[in-house]
Design a protein around this ligand. Structure first.
Ligand code: BG6
Length: 493
């Protein structure tokens, strides 16, 4: 009800994630009037800090416009900071009593965002449940971020630990890719357009390529990254989430449980990745580059051991063993320190049968056929959906063919629409209790099951990483692997 009070806790309030993402998100939701009325924000971390200090550090990420200073001051007044350990009962009891002092309502709903290193997840989650629960009927929601373990076993252990203190209902596992506009759009594109539902299967689709590229290296995050590598950091979660939405059957409804049921079902049909379908790489410094960042290789990152073989690039191929997808390769590729920042989904349709236009085959088509139709969903930057297809070259007297696009680029078609940041949507979902865009424990388990054996094999056999230069377009070996599986790329790499 509207007289209900709400408290949003930021654990790890002095950390990077809090500063760069969580506080700026809370501010913009507040500014846009999207947080519940009667809300208070409490930061919690080990250091003796003040709210002022936290916001001073976060200031450059907050993006306060000239006419927003008054609102910003109001927002700051809604914030408090409580220092404390991550494992001592008395500190959590103190947090609990401080919270009650602030709200004067022991039933106030409590949302806990754990922006913390995984090493303290166990103790913090346990302590919160033991000492900081609101009185009934106040709600508790726990928001956790990956890494959810390092492999199937450690992830299951973490889930079991959380399950001891929380119901699944109370746990919100963030995968921020689920908060992106174009990822959310997949469901609408697929299930509200008759022209797609007919062709969304092995009869018409030759291959699916899901691509994540970044033009930055680890930027000092090497210590964290080296323990995980790109398969755990991006593929197991973000790309596999996209895959499950692309490949799932039609959910019964748009509710979170119906959608997640279908996502899990399709993940269950995927066999573990085979080593032969994996390409891994690691970036090296490009000494000739004029950009100082590009001169530094992965091994130059201070947090990274000099002999690390952790991949910063990987391509894996997955197969969904069901009637809809049998034999269609889903090629997932992710890399840091490449030539551009881009995430996109490319759904490539089969060749057109019959050789009617064989005279028109483009030289650059390695397939020796007409260019294939391709549906591209560009997740970022510059969100777009476009369909590559062949048309008659305008003005020509003969049947000269040209590959072109039916192009829905958002910034042209929806000029006045500001797309909210992924974190804004997801935190809003936490307030409203919508679970559509959060990862359920069984989804998480399935995603680990698929990558777990190959990760172990890579470690055990010490599979070497292929070096690539900072700023490279990609790895030749990966493009060749994709081609071997039947993804024909006609553009230039
Ligand atoms: C995070 C990864 O989950 O996603 C990072 O840990 C990566 O390594 C980031 O940089 C990418 O997110 P986005 O939204 O910038 O594509």
């Amino acid at each position: 009800t509207t007289s209900d009070k709400h408290v949003f806790f930021v654990f790890g309030a002095s950390g990077d994630l809090a500063k760069k993402k969580i506080y700026p998100t809370l501010w913009s939701l507040y500014r846009d009037g999207l947080v519940p009325e009667n809300i208070h924000f409490i930061g919690y971390a080990r250091s003796q800090l003040t709210t002022e200090k936290i916001f001073e550090n976060a200031h450059k990420y907050m993006k306060v416009k000239d006419d927003e200073h008054e609102a910003y001051e109001k927002f700051l007044k809604l914030n408090s900071y409580v220092p404390g350990s991550y494992d001592k009962a008395e500190d959590f009891e103190h947090l609990h009593s401080e919270t009650n002092k602030i709200t004067k309502q022991p039933t106030a709903h409590r949302y806990f965002y754990l922006a913390l290193p995984p090493s303290v997840y166990d103790s913090v989650s346990e302590m919160i449940s033991k000492h900081c629960r609101p009185e009934s009927p106040g709600l508790l929601r726990l928001i956790v971020e990956k890494p959810f373990g390092k492999d199937l076993e450690s992830s299951n252990k973490l889930s079991e630990h959380l399950n001891k203190s929380y119901s699944e209902e109370e746990i919100y596992r963030i995968d921020h890719y689920l908060g992106k506009e174009m990822v959310q759009n997949i469901i609408v594109l697929r299930f509200s357009n008759k022209i797609f539902s007919r062709v969304w299967n092995r009869d018409s689709i030759a291959a699916v390529n899901i691509i994540f590229k970044e033009d930055i290296g680890t930027q000092g995050r090497g210590g964290y990254f080296d323990e995980f590598g790109i398969i755990r950091d991006v593929i197991q979660n973000h790309l596999m989430q996209i895959l499950s939405i692309l490949a799932m059957e039609k959910p019964r409804s748009t509710t979170g449980e119906d959608i997640r049921d279908e996502k899990v079902k399709v993940l269950r049909c995927i066999a573990p990745i085979k080593l032969e379908d994996v390409v891994i790489g690691q970036y090296t410094g490009d000494k000739e580059s004029t950009d100082p960042e590009h001169q530094e290789g992965y091994l130059d990152d201070k947090g990274v051991p000099k002999d690390s073989t952790t991949p910063t690039f990987a391509q894996v191929v997955l197969f969904v063993n069901n009637e809809r997808w049998d034999g269609v390769p889903f090629i997932l590729r992710a890399g840091k320190a490449l030539n551009e920042k881009k995430a996109e989904i490319r759904i490539q349709f089969r060749d057109v049968p019959g050789g009617m236009f064989d005279d028109n085959i483009q030289e650059n088509n390695p397939n020796g056929k007409l260019a294939r139709d391709e549906l591209v969903i560009r997740v970022q930057p510059n969100e777009a959906v476009y369909l590559k297809l062949n048309t008659k070259r305008p003005g020509e007297m003969d049947f000269s063919i040209e590959e072109t696009e039916l192009d829905l680029t958002y910034k042209e078609r929806y000029q006045d629409v500001k797309l909210p940041d992924a974190y804004e949507r997801l935190i809003l979902d936490v307030f409203t209790g919508s679970k559509i865009n959060f990862v359920r424990s069984d989804e998480l388990q399935e995603a680990w099951r698929i990558v777990d054996p190959v990760l172990a094999e890579i470690d055990k056999k010490k599979i070497p990483v292929i070096p690539y230069k900072f700023g490279a377009v990609g790895l030749r070996e990966a493009f060749a692997g994709a081609a071997k599986h039947g993804y024909i790329y006609t553009g230039t790499y």
